[in-house]
Design a protein around this ligand. Structure first.
Ligand SMILES: [Zn+2]
Length: 199
């Protein structure tokens, strides 16, 4: 159902996957969270619905519609912020306001979780507003904007792709959102060009 892949294990996978819910398919701009049902499924897959209260919000049509409007507004603000960040342009005040509005509803506590494999800090959100369902995305965006080198946050170089990715490669020369899709297509096109120029 999802042409994009949720990759929470990648750095900033949550915010980047959220931005990549807008993509180009067969030359057309497609919004993969364009309706309440699609958004509910996306939020669940992204691991943002983990308690009775947030599950209840998603079952309530007017609340879900409200979250949908908020998600679209947040995505627009984040796209403007991340784009300006990656190009090192001036950040729009209204986009920043939109991000901070979502962050403002975050009420979280943290706890230390120790397992034989690793020691991690776990977050527990307990905000009462439905908007708080989107707060982890906003927080992930804040980490991206404050912790990374702007030149490493990029849009895919494929002409028919608008996906964002974080380049964590050693050389910093990654160009494609995914080697399996755009990278392979570009390689095949290059190969075809080489064959035809040799013909
Ligand atoms: Zn791509």
């Amino acid at each position: 159902m999802y042409p994009h892949i949720l990759r929470p294990e990648e750095p900033y996978g949550l915010v980047l996957t959220f931005l990549n819910t807008l993509e180009i398919e067969r030359g057309e701009l497609v919004d993969t969270i364009n309706g309440p049902r699609e958004l509910r499924e996306w939020l669940t897959k992204a691991g943002l619905i983990h308690d009775e209260r947030s599950r209840g919000w998603l079952e309530c049509a007017p609340v879900l519609r409200e979250i949908l409007l908020e998600a679209h507004a947040l995505r627009e603000d984040l796209l403007r912020l991340v784009e300006a960040f990656s190009l090192r342009e001036t950040i729009s005040g209204s986009a920043l306001f939109g991000l901070n509005r979502v962050l403002g509803v975050t009420r979280a506590s943290v706890s230390l979780v120790i397992t034989p494999e690793k020691t991690t800090l776990a977050r527990h959100d307990w905000a009462s507003a439905p908007l708080s369902v989107l707060a982890p995305i906003a927080l992930d965006a804040v980490h991206l904007l404050t912790n990374t080198d702007p030149t490493r946050t990029r849009r895919c170089a494929a002409p028919q792709c608008i996906r964002w990715f974080e380049d964590t490669s050693k050389g910093g020369r990654r160009r494609w959102c995914s080697m399996q899709t755009c990278g392979n297509r570009a390689k095949a096109a290059k190969h075809r060009r080489r064959l035809s120029s040799n013909a």
